[in-house]
Each structure stands twice: as C-alpha cells, then as structure tokens.
Design a protein around this ligand. Sequence first.
Ligand SMILES: *[C@@H]1O[C@H](CO)[C@@H](O)[C@H](O)[C@H]1NC(C)=O
Length: 377
Amino acid sequence: MHTRVLGALALGLAAVTSAATTTTTPMTFTSMIGAASGDDDGVAAECSFYANDTVQNNCASDCGSCFNPGSRKGVKCNGAGSQTGYYCPADGDEGDLTFACMDWTFGSSAMRAAETSFRKSSGENVFFGVGTFGTADDEQNGLGACYRLTVDGVAKDIIAQSINTGHDVAGNQFDLQIGAGGAGAFNTCAGSDRSMYGGGTDVWGCQYGGVDNRTACADLPEYPQDPSPMQAAGDSLIELCEYSWDENVRLSGAGMDAGICAYNPTLLNVARVQCPSELVAMTWMQRNDEPSYFKAPEGASLKGFPVADDVECKSYISGAGSAYCLTRMMDCRKPSGAFKDNVKEALMVEGKKVVQTCTSDGYTRIDVQCGCTDCYC
Ligand SMILES: *[C@@H]1O[C@H](CO)[C@@H](O)[C@H](O)[C@H]1NC(C)=O
C-alpha cells in the first residue's frame, strides 16, 4: 500500500533540519548559471573562437557546418588532439575535460530558485531534477524529454529531464542526479587528479547508490578541486547530499536483503510533460516535440503507470532489479545527451540540440556550438 504518511513525517523532520543547516539565500536563478555569456535566450551563431589557424575560415562569419550553432555561449574546451565543443572529452590525461554540471543536482541553489520561478509562472509546486532514463516507446529513448515523477514518500512531484540514457530502456526506472548518489561504472567525481573532487572514492559510498545514510554525507569533500564557482553558487556537496535524505528521494538499505545502498523509493506515476523553460536553462537541451502540459491528463502516463497498489520497487531484494524505482546517481560525467551522435536533429530545438556541459569546476559552462576547430564538423 502506498501512503504519503512517510512523506508527511519526514517532512516535519526535514523542516527542522533545514532550518538548522540552511545558510544560503537563493539568488535569482538566471544569475546562477555559470555561463561565460549572460545571454540566456540563445546567441547568434558565432564560432570564431574555435578556429585554430588562419588557413581555414569556416568559423569566421558563422559556425560553418557545426551541429549546434546558436547555443548559449561558454568557455572553450581545449581538449587533447583539438577535441572541443560537443566533442570535449570525458576522460584523458591531457588537455581539458568536460563534466556533468553540479547545479543540475537535486536541491542545488539554482534548481531551487528555478523551482520557485516555475511555481510563480505556472502555479505548479514541484521539485526539479535531471538524470538517466530510457524508454523504447520514444524515438530518442526519452533523451531530452521531461518526465513528471510521483514518488512514494516524497512530498512533491519531481519534473526531471532525461539527459542521459543507457542500455536499460525499460521505461520504468528513473536515475536521479543527487549529492553522492553513486559514482557508477564511469566515475569522474573522485579518485584521480583529473577528477572533479579531490580525495579518494571511499567517502562516496557504494558504487551504485552512494552514501547509505545522512551521517555519511559529512565525510564528502565539500567543494570541487577548483572550489570558487560552487562556493559562489551557495552550494556544497555535503549539503546537497543531506538535502536528498531530507526530501526522501533516497532510502537506506541497512538491514535489507540486498544490502546497503540497494533500497530505493517507489515510482508511483511517470508521465512525459513539457520541459519547463527554467529547467531547460539548466541543461540547454530541448526537444521540439513537447507535450503542451506540465501535468499529464489521466491516461497519458507511461506504460505501467500509475502503479497498482501492490506494485513497489523491490530493489531491496537481491536480484529483483530496479523496476518502479527512483534510483540515484552522481558520476560527474559528461552525459550521453551531450554527444551529437546520440540525438536526432529533427527532434531538437535549434541551438539546444545537445546538453551544455561544464568544466572541472562543475559550474562554468563550456561552449558546445561546434565540435572541431575548423567548424567543418
Ligand atoms: C552509513 O553508510 C555508510 C556507507 O555509505 C556505511 O559505511 C556506514 O556504516 C553507515 N553508518 C551507519 C551508522 O549505518
């Protein structure tokens, strides 16, 4: 049986906790995205800074044959072997790398400011998030689409954008980016000098699921190796981790059959909805085939939703899988939605075709209008 009782109880606790720990006042959300340009409404196609020599002039007046002209500006990625823009690499020993942005994390100052702005404009009182999702019932496996999730024990629905999709296209599990939610198989959060955060991986908890209790959040590094942008944004990894416990988007697996970290809240309902512009401003990715509503009408939920009363996430049972689970992750890694080959041009809004990723500080956006230094790509 699903009830909101847990949510109500835990919300009471959360209110007490956040009164004691929240010290930052949210700024307006548009001022918080760390882009090199202050222009939030797209920019004219202008790619001259990609040009690496004077022989070719494909970049001079426009973006040549680049894939994503008109995207929001950012800093240039100087990756090894001239890799740049949407081809800025996720790994490597030399040159710039690109990463997931930390203000995409559930409960970041920018996300909370965006939620407030959206509530004022739409009347919808929801949480925002991003994560990994896959469904075979969408032409692009859900990539770039937004889903409204009703989660057992969570006080408000979550509107989350899928910016990453993997092999699992079951369409009944959403993997939300939360503070120390599990660094996964391709961790670029910690454990190397090229990682976003310093120190080892031990304090990040389980590879899948991350830290398994609120207390363990305190052992995390508070800021990336380059700390200033996160400090300026008013975020801290420790607080982001604590916030996810306070809002019940994660559960402890202690004492459960499948062991610590394998317990997750149940997804009660999932429906595709329009991506709020405030959330698009975080990722700079947008589909052109969006529904017209932020709350789906009855009958418009994804297959299998809303769940029957006896359906629950059974990840706490060894080998039971993650169907109907809100799982969690934080791998700090460039998501699959940031690679041009993963998106279908015909489904994307001009200038918002791929996710705009961040430098190693987790906040500063890189420029993803082009993928090469001759604008012939
Ligand atoms: C908290 O979780 C961590 C793993 O993240 C575990 O090592 C530790 O034993 C847990 N502490 C308690 C008190 O359960």
